[in-house]
Design a protein around this ligand. Sequence first.
Ligand code: MG
Ligand code: MG
Length: 246
Amino acid sequence: MRRTAEEIAKMRKAGRVVAEMHAATREAAKPGATTAELDAVARDVLDRRGARSNFLNYRGFPAVICTSPNDMIVHGIPGPYVLEEGDIISIDCGAIVEGYHGDAAFTMAVGEVSPLAAGLIETTERSLWAGIDQLRPGNRLHEVGRAVQQVAEAAGFSVVREYVGHAIGTAMHEEPQVPNYWPGTGGPALKAGMVFAVEPMVNAGSPATRLLEDGWSVVTADGALSAHFEHTIAVTEDGPEVLTLP
Ligand code: MG
Ligand code: MG
């Protein structure tokens, strides 16, 4: 679907709220903090900006952010988990403003982390930007995944297949999906006005995933570390416009 300039302006507002949630949760994610405290900080931002949560009550999800430490890939539920020095933590945030959605995630080091963890974070973020750079009119959507996969695998890491990015607008998850790997075909032709959430999930070990008994938390099957970065991006005639920046 192609969005009008007015719709993209609303998504830009939602994206700025998401960026503010990122800044607030990043600041709060110190050794000793619980992931429930990060959720509370994110709720404060939504309240202050008069925005609604697109995560809360989504298929019963109980929080406004997802918090996924260490070997957890995505969809972790904030709760009693206490952040420790040396952890990595992925924080996924979303907001609705005037009916339009923003969705973005980042992974950060808690204090000092291993060189492997630091490299995984750096590579995953770089893979996101390589994917974003493909969001140009005339390109095919799956060039995004091809670029993500190239960056991740060149660094010796692997890309999760079971969970993917998505188009976004008046719903958080719209069609089409945005794979983080080359699925064998080019996919839809990109046009100005299309808006996508690109969100590579990169594992230090194998790409295989496992769903925990809570029905939400997705972890690496082999227990290796995983990182996740995401932005909401509009395709414009001038190239990609990232909507979830401050
Ligand atoms: Mg997200
Ligand atoms: Mg998303």
